[in-house]
Design a binder for this molecule. Structure first.
Ligand code: URA
Length: 427
């Protein structure tokens, strides 16, 4: 059977739902070996998948594990980001929409490669429990409308196994495979409304708007086909989002935005994401939704909601201000406008300061990271401070500082860039 399925996909023919189920079930229970699954994944990468194939793959990966039952709540909303550098939006938009009556039952991931992960950011808060029993998870959502935890074990196990194989067979970068991988986990997470932040640019999986739009379109179709009201927003990841990169540093910055302060780029993206989440969940217009979002920011309600969440999950918020042992200022050796900042290499710099993991076993230095003092569009003179690097593990910054400087491009002309590049789906 698997041999015939491989032949069919190699020849560009459409697989049936039963054939896809056969593959997913038998790969997950180890009956199909890695070499045959790798061949199929490569054929999918090359020949693509029809919408029906994508829907079937998503469904069978979702069905391979448990589904979170949120049917006791009427207004559930989830949010997903395809991953970026400095992306702490979940910490901000979750509390905002929770203040507006949305139920946020959020399961998040850890850092992947050069991109950060919400769970690691939360664990930079001393005592914060990212694992709750199902009972406590539901009860907290009932009480304060929000709980943020790590993904439970048995969510889409087929995707977990297939993703690990894709990672070592050069088959990650396939729109049907990425779309079904993300959506199988989102569908299993149980929310009825979903906003996906599709990052576009140097620090994202999707390097250009065309491929990001294709991915967004597939995910919105899968979501809607599964009865989840889904909207995707394309946002700029050519530049890190906000000024702080690194776990505790990002929580500090999230608190600033929740307190209705800057930085403006992070605030703008959060307002758009939160407004769409609120609009589709509470069935109100986008403009009305923006007003409500601004109100909970301006009145301190969203800020207090975050503190309440941290306290209920056992965290001590003061601990995020722990001083790193070492710091280093990177000076500009050029003058002119900053024309580009390679978000991927800046993410890697942050990782090598200790903010990420090189291997799964590595321990994160929660104090490590970067504070950007200047960003794309700013004019700098030679000797101006571009960024401050922090670490409690590394005190020889020469090499790392050089890598940071190499990720900045200068120009004599002020560059222009947009933060929100498009919306796919109905608001
Ligand atoms: N994130 C996922 O969860 N899956 C992919 O395939 C890519 C990014």
């Amino acid at each position: 059977m698997i041999y015939d399925i491989l032949e069919k996909k190699k020849n560009g023919l459409e697989l049936t739902s039963d054939e896809i189920k056969y593959v997913v079930d038998n790969y997950t229970n180890n009956s199909i070996p890695d070499y045959q699954m790798s061949a199929l994944l490569m054929a999918i990468c090359i020949n693509g998948m029809t919408d029906n194939e994508i829907f079937s793959l998503t469904k069978h990966m979702t069905d391979s594990g448990n589904k979170m039952d949120l049917s006791m709540f009427e207004k559930t909303v989830d949010k997903h980001s395809t991953g970026g550098v400095g992306d702490k939006t979940t910490l901000i938009v979750g509390p905002i929409v929770a203040c507006l009556g949305c139920k946020v039952a959020k399961m998040s991931g850890r850092a992947l490669g050069y991109t950060g992960g919400t769970v690691d950011k939360l664990e930079s808060i001393d005592g914060f429990k990212v694992k709750l029993s199902q009972e406590d998870f539901i009860s907290q959502i009932n009480n304060i409308n929000i709980a943020l935890i790590s993904q439970t074990e048995n969510i889409a196990p087929a995707d977990k196994k297939i993703y690990a194989l894709r990672d070592v067979t050069a088959t990650v970068e396939s729109i049907p495979l990425i779309a079904s991988s993300i959506m199988s986990k989102k569908i299993a997470s149980g929310a009825k409304n979903l906003v996906i932040d599709v990052k576009v640019g140097s620090g994202a999986f999707m390097k250009n708007k065309e491929s990001a739009t294709l991915l967004a379109d597939k995910m919105v179709k899968i979501g809607n086909n599964s009865g989840i009201n889904t909207v995707a927003v394309l946002t700029n990841m050519d530049i890190p989002l906000g000024n702080n990169i690194g776990n505790a540093l990002e929580v500090q910055e999230a608190l600033k935005v929740l307190n209705n302060e800057g930085p403006n780029d992070l605030k703008e993206v959060c307002i758009v994401l939160a407004a769409i989440m609120n609009a589709i969940t509470n069935s109100i217009s986008y403009n009305e939704s923006v007003k409500q979002v601004m109100h909970v920011l301006e009145t301190g309600q969203a800020y207090n909601k975050f503190l309440e969440l941290v306290k209920l999950q056992g965290g001590n918020i003061e601990s995020i201000y722990k001083e790193p042992l070492y710091k280093y200022e990177v000076m500009a050796d050029n003058e002119g406008y900053i024309a580009s900042m390679n978000a991927e290499s800046i993410g890697k710099v942050s990782g090598s300061l200790g903010a990420g993991r090189m291997t799964k076993e590595d321990e994160i230095d929660y104090t490590a990271g970067i504070v950007l003092r200047r960003k794309t569009g700013d004019y700098v003179n030679k000797g101006d401070v571009l960024a401050t690097l922090y670490s409690s593990k590394i005190n020889n910054f020469e090499e790392i500082s050089k890598k940071f400087s190499e990720s900045i491009g200068f120009s004599s002309e002020k560059p222009d860039y947009k933060l929100i590049l498009g919306v796919v789906g109905k608001i």
